[in-house]
Design a protein around this ligand. Structure first.
Ligand code: IPE
Ligand code: IPE
Ligand code: MG
Length: 231
């Protein structure tokens, strides 16, 4: 890895381009999701080796339910395998956190999420967050509801309080958001949290995303001048 690299504490990754990867090969979209799940597993290792404290993967958005049922079902089945991989990674000290509303997920998936979360809660290695049925707007709605349910008065509501009620509570600020696939948008990912993140958009499709792509994104991040509104 080149010198004078600034390693972000928290990287967010929008795992996009699975469908196009499959289409380019004349394969069904599901084949792209299967390959994407393998990339996810490898990428946790790349981030850990680089010294990243926390990495958040956008796996399924609140909008992705609009897809054909067969594709959604295939993705949900794959999550079950993601979670089996996650369970193995808990033995390597990774801590898993799930972001999003688990309610519409199957009982089996909800149970696996609980098991992986509990099994890794005390782990001190890389924090790996998986955003499933996550939407940035839904995150804020969920936070506002929890504040109102606690009868907190309006003048006590500030940015810190809202941050504490989001799914990302206790996580470091997201420093860098990487989106492969060539699209240049957030698609409802961490919209509150990314207020001062740096964005790196890359043309590579997620299943092809490699260690050198991650290094390239971090090198680009290192060249940015983060002013946070100052000078
Ligand atoms: C991302 O890949 C995976 C999910 C959103 C679940 P896509 O399935 O969006 O791939 P493209 O964008 O169609 O290539
Ligand atoms: C964003 O990708 C969601 C995930 C990667 C989970 P999409 O493929 O759903 O985003 P759009 O539809 O191109 O904005
Ligand atoms: Mg997409």
């Amino acid at each position: 890895m080149p010198e004078n690299l600034i390693v972000p504490r928290h990287i967010g990754i929008i795992m996009d381009g699975n469908g196009r990867w499959a289409k380019n090969r004349g394969l069904p979209r599901t084949a792209g999701h299967i390959q994407g799940a393998k990339t996810f597993k490898k990428c946790v290792g790349y981030c850990r080796d680089m010294g990243v404290e926390c990495v958040t993967f956008y796996a399924f958005s609140t909008e992705n339910w609009k897809r054909p049922k067969a594709e959604v079902d295939a993705i949900m089945k794959l999550f079950s395998q993601y979670l089996d991989d996650a369970m193995k990674m808990t033995e390597e000290n990774a801590k898993f956190v799930f972001l999003g509303d688990p309610e519409p997920l199957s009982d089996e998936l909800k149970k696996k999420i609980r098991i992986v979360t509990d099994a890794s809660a005390e782990n001190k290695g890389i924090v790996c967050c998986i955003a499933i049925n996550y939407g940035g707007r839904d995150d804020i709605v969920h936070a506002v509801r929890s504040i109102m349910n606690d009868n907190i008065s309006a003048d006590e509501v500030d940015e810190a309080l809202i941050s504490e009620r989001l799914y990302t509570k206790n996580l470091p600020e997201v420093d860098l958001i990487i989106r492969p696939s060539g699209e240049q948008r957030l698609s409802n990912f961490l919209i509150w949290q990314a207020a001062y993140a740096e964005y790196v958009f890359m043309d590579v499709l997620w299943p092809d995303f490699s260690k050198s792509d991650l290094e390239e994104a971090v090198a680009e991040y290192s060249r940015r001048n983060r002013r946070f509104g100052g000078i």
